[in-house]
Design a protein around this ligand. Structure first.
Ligand SMILES: *Cc1c(COP(=O)(O)O)cnc(C)c1O
Length: 393
């Protein structure tokens, strides 16, 4: 059962993750677990007369199984897998032409920011970054050449929640595509396409794979025309994942429902503990009633995942002391795996964000981001407790 007051968990999700597109009849061997097909090329019956596949960049049986599962879990008709989350973003931005304009939430993944500002800008892609928690900023930022609205919800690392339905309505009115980076919640906890978005994009490297051992990205959509364009770009730009990685991710998805329920539960317990702690200034956690957009969040999600942030009391010195003292949590970038991670965005994941923008967004040296894993919650809480005690010494 989902957390009180939130949307219910999606029906049939776990069954689809395990069985969809897995018919043994697909394979001559009748294999129940889809085989890893590593062949780069496929025999043709005559020149340009081939069955389903000709060359593995254009299409691969192991990748096709994964893509079918990814589409199903997002309640989408189509999904495509790419070599990384940023690879998926590159393909998506490949749909644009010189002079096109994008509206982007101001608090987005650092790598997306870098790709836009340091690469796409050179190709004359225009962009406006704005705080989309105030949805009227979206309407104000739209220009005649706007082709795309890009948002994350909750945002990274300050956990702001954007009203996806409202954003979709505005985008639709102006005939602009809405893209939601749903990496933080996965389709188990939030389904942006059902809320009106045109595309969802994922860093599969995080919760979707969940085991911290694959870099991959994906995009899902119900729009056939966009799908055909992206499928063309996946092949034309060569941004494809390896068959072995597709197999690994497909395996990881079998436990996505279970993992997300446990991340949600552990993360709430850890968040509540920190909220009560005298050395913690403030907790930013959309799954807790203290979050300023808790009511909105409940309307568009079935719960929160394992990632949230907090402000410690003090400054850089206190943050360093605390982060060096944790033992069960690992001080490292990334999120979404079974193992708990902790980091300091100002010096680590968000170091590439210009310092005045960091200041404006509240990414100070006392802002700490946690990715709560699947360990026993008592051990996680005890670990944070002993590390916080170091601040009293
Ligand atoms: C990690 C991440 C990305 C980039 O994905 P990669 O797989 O690392 O290329 C994009 N968006 C969000 C929200 C992320 O956390």
């Amino acid at each position: 059962m989902a957390q009180d007051g939130f949307l219910p968990y999606p029906k049939g999700f776990a069954t689809a993750a395990i069985h969809h597109a897995h018919d043994p009849e697909n394979w001559n061997s009748m294999a129940v677990i889809p085989p890893i097909v590593t062949s780069t090329t496929f025999k043709q019956n005559g020149p340009a007369e081939y069955e389903k596949y000709d060359y593995s960049r254009s299409g691969n049986p192991t990748r096709d199984v994964l893509q079918a599962v990814l589409a199903k879990l997002d309640n989408a008709k189509y999904a495509l897998a790419f070599s990384s989350g940023l690879g998926a973003t590159t393909a998506l931005l490949g749909m644009l032409s010189s002079g096109d304009h994008i509206v982007i939430g101001d608090d987005i993944y650092g790598g997306t920011n870098r790709l836009l500002n340091q690469v796409m800008a050179r190709f004359n892609i225009k962009m406006t970054f704005t705080d989309l928690t105030n949805i009227s900023n979206l309407e104000k930022s739209i220009e005649p050449n706007t082709k795309l609205v890009w948002l994350e919800s909750p945002t990274n690392p300050t956990m702001k929640v954007v009203d996806i339905k409202a954003a979709a309505a505005i985008a639709k009115k102006h005939n602009i595509l809405l893209v939601v980076d749903n990496t933080f919640l996965t389709p188990y906890l939030q389904r942006p396409l059902d809320l009106g978005a045109d595309l969802t994009i994922y860093s599969i490297s995080k919760y979707m794979n969940g085991h911290g051992d694959v870099i991959m990205g994906s995009i899902a959509t119900n729009n056939e025309e966009i799908y055909q364009k992206l499928k063309f770009l996946q092949n034309a730009m060569g941004i494809i994942p390896a068959p072995f990685d597709c197999y690994q991710v497909n395996r990881g998805l079998k436990t996505l429902a279970l993992r997300m329920q446990k991340h949600n539960e552990n993360c709430r317990l850890v968040g509540e503990f920190l909220e009560r702690h005298s050395k913690v200034e403030k907790v930013l956690h959309p799954g807790l009633p203290s979050h300023p957009q808790y009511e909105l969040f409940k309307k568009q999600a079935s719960g929160h995942s394992g990632t949230f942030s907090m402000y410690l009391k003090g400054g850089l010195e206190e943050s360093r002391t605390f982060l060096k003292a944790v033992k069960v949590f690992t001080l490292a970038e990334s999120l979404g795996g079974y193992e708990s991670l902790i980091e300091l965005p100002s010096l680590m994941t968000h170091a590439s964000v210009p310092s005045d923008l960091r200041k404006q967004l509240g990414i100070s040296d006392s802002l700490i981001r946690l990715s709560v894993g699947l360990e026993d919650p008592e051990d996680l809480i005890a670990d944070l407790d002993q590390a916080l005690k170091k601040l009293e010494e």
